[in-house]
Design a protein around this ligand. Structure first.
Ligand code: ADP
Ligand code: ZN
Ligand code: ZN
Length: 746
């Protein structure tokens, strides 16, 4: 990191396309040699010379404008972090790849978003020897200097006092403390303290002998590492195959060789239980970041990493930016999870950034999943990633037996309930045998909307293009903007009173079960019951402690939890996630079903799974019922190739948002027209523009179009052209966002 130079090139901390370039400032004499790349400095900016933050990109002797026209750096920002140059390179890559401003990309990779004052521990220590101290105490008492006397008396007793205690309990002022300091009798020490979220945990993980399959992977990894071969590895391991155990052994090797590791886990699976397993192996050299920590606590964890106090950081995608000094390994567990893609700009994917980051560090990257994303598996197929497989469950237990029930057939037989005959039979059997049951309701595309049964009128949110959902407390709620209104007694269109919910929600299933099996203990987990942050873990631990027989839930309950007493998993309507107009719908359905089925039979007793569906012949349901990933991949890849969807090609969504419907539409037409010829020349197809599938959110209208190409460089080139065009034209209130290989359709 060079610190020589008279000038500094920096990015102003304002995310705006027009400011997305570096600005040059002069370094004043007293700061020469002190400003480093990655620091945050304060500079005057704009007409009024308002003081802004700037991220230092370069320190140089090369003036880009005449020196007289340059302004001076005002100072270094308080608590300015020093960012590794590598993180700045990473930000530049993100800016280039995902399209955002450099300032926005820097904000993502900088370990602290807001500069937070670290917590301090202040103590008072006695310097006088005992004899001297007693003499002075006598002297203060005689002089009636009672505050000094109190402080000294306490110090004679305890030698060291906390500063706060002296002030609060002994009622000594800071002036008195200072006076004694000046007399040379005491001294005040300040130490920054970093909160430790795993402090006080007490758990030791039982050492396991790795299975043959597990051992082979760990050995292969270590051999590569010792030869300094750093790769991306994909571990495809069936549910419960012991992937976590493999990760931990890899980490052990990395720590032994003086390096550190980052473990990404989807926020929702990052429970106390998972964190505990790592803690059990590595003790307090492990830390976690998740949304439960305050900003200050997160800052502290990154600070501890920077100071070398920890070796392993566990967290959701933002943990990638942990400032370790010698990163050796990044692990991404459940790499197929949608939450690894960032919603806010820049819309980065943790897997892709992980690849980049591991290259910058010369580190290895390990991806793991029971249902790898098509993207990752494809990379393994074409030889970019090294594929490992775990085909068997690690502990006792085997893969469950799966029944597929055709709901059309049930209907033909006159069964109109949501429980098929088979599922009912098995539920009763498990209740009788005191074994646990999980019932899974895939709610996607099933918002429980309200409509009039006479005229078909649907009650929509006035601010968004979605229907309102009914809640038990009688209110109607918009899940996009939070708009609420009271339930309507009559249809606003035809005044019929037959207005009601078309809804098979988890609540409804719970009610039906309670009626059918009044003695069963039932827990329900969905966004209604997990409102508070602890709600989620509370429900899981109640179920794990066998305080309930049945757990009903949405997607949330299928994510990687280990309940050995569950011997039956029921999927009530497997097709709900199919046919939602999304090229990833089949993949998502396959993943959900496989993961849901994977919850059964993790203990001694074998498990059974009932998948109820209207499409039993659909390939994603057939493959999931056989837990056959390869069959699914082969079919799905054919489809992606045929239609040119990722990973067979790249897709870029261009989303145009405007408070003015007309302006948004004009922008959509103008941009597609502008880019059309160049795109055609490069054989990039342009699809759209059209109104987004949700045409309005929060009173902002949304237009969308897509660019598709096998060559991602072409898409990046065309995006740059569009960005230039937008900058030149000025968007007014219209905003244009780019989303590279989007996870969800717009
Ligand atoms: P995954 O991450 O693949 O779902 P886990 O690592 O959670 O799998 O392992 C599933 C279960 O098997 C856990 O209860 C774990 O303690 C156990 N397990 C893993 N490896 C072994 C092993 N080598 N010997 C015995 N039990 C194991
Ligand atoms: Zn009506
Ligand atoms: Zn709304």
């Amino acid at each position: 990191m060079s610190v020589e130079g008279k000038y500094v090139n920096l990015i102003i901390d304002i995310s705006h396309e027009k400011l997305d370039r570096t600005f040059q400032y002069k370094i004043p004499g007293h700061l020469l040699g002190k400003i480093q790349i990655g620091m945050v400095v304060q500079v005057p900016f704009g007409k009024g010379g308002k003081i802004r933050k700037g991220y230092v990109m370069e320190v140089t002797n090369r003036a880009l404008v005449e020196e007289e026209r340059m302004k001076w750096v005002e100072g270094i920002a308080p608590h300015s972090p020093v960012v590794e140059e590598r993180f700045i390179q990473l930000a530049a890559w993100m800016r280039e790849h995902y399209g955002s401003t450099m300032a926005a990309a820097l904000k993502v990779v900088l370990p602290v978003k807001k500069t937070i004052k670290p917590k301090e521990k202040k103590e008072i220590h006695l310097l006088y020897c005992m004899e001297e101290a007693k003499e002075k105490l006598f002297f203060f008492m005689k002089k009636k200097q009672t505050a000094r006397a109190r402080l000294l008396e306490a110090l004679i007793e305890e030698k060291t006092l906390s500063y706060e205690r002296a002030i609060a309990q002994l009622k000594v002022s800071s002036k008195v403390i200072q006076a004694l300091c000046e007399m040379g009798g005491i001294e005040v020490s300040t130490e920054q303290i970093y909160r430790n979220p795993v402090k006080g945990w007490n758990y030791v993980e039982k050492e396991k002998t790795l299975s043959f399959e597990q051992e082979a992977i760990v050995k292969g990894f270590i051999e590569d590492d010792e030869k300094e071969i750093r790769k991306v590895y994909l571990i495809h391991g069936v549910t419960g195959s012991g992937k976590t155990e493999v990760y931990m052994e890899m980490i052990r090797h990395i720590i032994k060789t003086g390096r550190q590791a980052i473990v990404l886990i989807p926020e929702i699976s990052l429970t106390y239980q998972t964190a505990m397993r790592f803690y059990g192996k590595f003790g307090d050299r492990v830390s976690i970041v998740n949304s439960k920590l305050s900003k200050g606590e997160k800052y502290d964890q990154f600070e501890r990493a920077r100071r070398g106090e920890i070796d392993v950081m566990i967290g959701p995608r933002s943990a990638l930016f942990t400032p370790f000094s010698n990163l050796g390994l990044i692990i991404i567990d459940e790499e197929h999870e949608g939450t690894y893609k960032s919603e806010p700009l820049p819309k980065y994917h943790a897997r892709e950034v992980g690849v980049q980051l591991s290259k910058l560090w010369g580190a290895s990257l390990v991806l793991g999943s029971a249902t790898p994303s098509l993207e990752a598996y494809y990379q393994a197929q074409i030889g970019n990633y090294k594929l490992y497989e775990l085909k068997n469950r690690a502990a006792k237990g085997s893969l469950p037996f799966v029944h597929v029930v055709d709901l059309r057939e049930e209907l033909r037989r006159g069964n109109r309930s949501v429980f098929s005959k088979k599922l009912k039979e098995l539920v009763e059997d498990r209740l009788k045998n005191k074994e646990q049951i999980m019932l899974f309701l895939n709610r996607r595309g099933y918002a429980g909307f309200l409509s009039c049964r006479s005229c078909g009128y649907v009650i929509n949110c006035p601010h968004c293009d979605v229907s309102l959902s009914a809640h038990k407390n009688g209110q109607l709620l918009c899940h996009y903007c939070g708009y609420r209104m009271a339930k309507l007694p009559l249809c606003p269109k035809c005044s019929s009173k037959y207005i009601g919910g078309m809804r098979l929600g988890t609540q409804k299933v719970e009610e039906m079960l309670k009626n059918a099996y009044p003695e069963a203990r039932i827990l329900r987990m969905d966004t209604d019951t997990t409102g508070e942050k602890e709600g989620y873990e509370k429900i899981l631990s109640l179920f794990a402690n066998k305080e309930a027989d049945i757990l009903i839930g949405t997607q949330m309950i299928v994510k990687g939890h280990d309940f050995p007493l569950v011997t039956l998993v029921g999927v009530l309507a497997a097709d709900m996630s199919l046919g939602v107009g999304d090229y990833r719908a089949s993949e998502r359905t396959f993943q959900l079903l496989t993961q849901a089925a994977g919850r059964a039979g993790r203990g001694e007793k074998p498990g059974e799974v009932v998948i109820q569906t209207y499409n039993p012949e659909h390939y994603s349901i057939m493959a999931a019922s056989k837990q056959d990933y390869k069959a699914f991949y082969a079919q799905e890849m054919e489809y992606r190739k045929l239609l040119g969807y990722p990973p067979a090609a790249h897709l870029m969504a261009v989303l145009i948002e405007s408070p003015d419907k007309g302006a948004g539409e004009i922008w959509g037409k103008e941009l597609t027209k502008y880019i059309f010829h160049e795109a055609k020349e490069k054989r990039v197809s342009v699809i759209g523009p059209t109104e987004a599938s949700i045409g309005k959110i929060n009173d902002i209208y949304r237009q969308v179009f897509y660019l598709k190409s096998v060559d991602e460089k072409k898409l990046i080139f065309l995006r740059d052209r569009m960005e230039q065009y937008i900058e030149g034209r000025g968007g007014g209130k219209t905003r244009v966002q780019f989303d590279f290989d989007p996870m969800n359709p717009y």
